[in-house]
Design a protein around this ligand. Structure first.
Ligand code: F6P
Length: 328
């Protein structure tokens, strides 16, 4: 492939913030500077791209951020970029700054926008998977997932103390509108009594049977992890249904919510973000376009962005089965 001469790149974070986005940004800026490229940071994702809100980033601008959650570039879920007029303004902004290529740090929505944009305009981009949901095909882990799971497990460890002391049944809701990775790993890592996720339909009846088995074995308390997008209902719904059918436990609900989106990234997320930020810039230098840099079996791989957003990555059935057996 003939590679273009890429000298000026723009980088942005978009969609939900994820711990490790700053570490990825640092790696992008420093790798690009090392290769004598000019880097511009786009503020507030596609909002800033449309408004021309770009600023020059040098090595020193990304110092002291590797440990910080959130994103110093800020982020947004941008409705205007869904319109052709919005994308045209974005293109004009990038041209005004002579940008040769973009690096997008975000999740499914971010890459869908980038994919439509690169079909319409001749500006290549590379994606870096940054979302706590871990729902992108083409990478074993997304940046932010490990931190979010650790935060959720810490919360469940605390809830467990109360569940145990009062013989209560807690339904703990974690994030994941369409994806159960956070719920499954939180469930396994916290030794939960059950995991309910969007990808697998567990009926309330099946859950009640499962809990009854535990009660027969004199299990006095339990914590069930529910992904917010669980098919048969969220944590509130499940608690209500189980409460009506089952008078053994005192039932409580905790929604962890945005607590699991913030905070200092774990070592795993910092290393992942550094590797993928580095790989994104090296990919551009080696002529890669419209791909996502991911880690598969601990090796960097570049997956066409269209596959990353259209192919489904689902939690493994083996892990689901194991979680169930260990919870019995
Ligand atoms: O995509 C990340 C995520 O945290 C999802 O798990 C959650 O459903 C959603 O974002 C919440 O988005 P917002 O912060 O915009 O309400």
């Amino acid at each position: 492939m003939m590679s273009r001469d890429i000298k000026r790149i723009a980088v942005y974070t978009s969609g939900g913030d994820a711990p490790g986005m700053n570490a990825a940004l640092r790696a992008v800026v420093r790798t690009a500077s090392y290769n004598d490229m000019h880097v511009y940071g786009i503020m507030r994702g596609y909002e800033g791209m449309i408004d021309g809100d770009l600023k020059r980033l040098e090595r020193g601008d990304v110092g002291n951020i590797i440990h910080r959650g959130g994103t110093i570039l800020k982020t947004a879920r941008c409705q205007r970029f869904l319109t052709p007029e919005g994308r045209r303004s974005a293109y004009e902004s990038l041209k005004a700054f002579d940008i040769d290529a973009c690096i997008a740090i975000g999740g499914n929505g971010t890459f869908t926008g980038a994919s439509v944009f690169s079909d319409e305009y001749d500006i290549p981009f590379i994606g870096i998977p940054g979302t706590i949901d871990n729902d992108l095909y083409g990478t074993d882990f997304t940046i932010g997932f490990d931190t979010a799971v650790n935060t959720a497990i810490e919360a469940v460890d605390k809830i467990r103390d109360t569940a145990d002391s009062h013989n209560r049944l807690f339904f703990v809701e974690v994030m994941g509108r369409n994806s159960g990775f956070i719920a499954l790993n939180t469930g396994i890592g916290s030794g939960a009594g059950g995991v309910l996720i969007p990808e697998k339909n567990t009926t309330p009846e099946a859950l009640i049977d499962f809990l009854k088995k535990g009660a027969r074995r004199k299990k006095l308390f339990s914590v069930v992890i529910v992904a917010e997008g669980n098919q048969s209902g969220n944590a509130q719904d499940m608690a209500r249904i189980v409460n009506e059918a089952f008078d053994f436990y005192d039932t409580k609900v905790t929604i962890i919510g945005h607590l699991q989106r913030g905070g200092s990234p774990t070592a795993m997320d910092r290393v992942l973000a550094s590797r993928l930020g580095f790989a994104a810039v090296e990919g551009l230098l080696n002529g890669k376009e419209n791909v996502m840099a991911g880690l598969v079996n601990n090796q960097v791989e570049y997956t066409p962005i269209i596959e990353a957003i259209t192919k489904q990555k689902t939690p493994s059935n083996d892990l689901l089965r194991m979680a169930e057996i260990l919870a019995l």
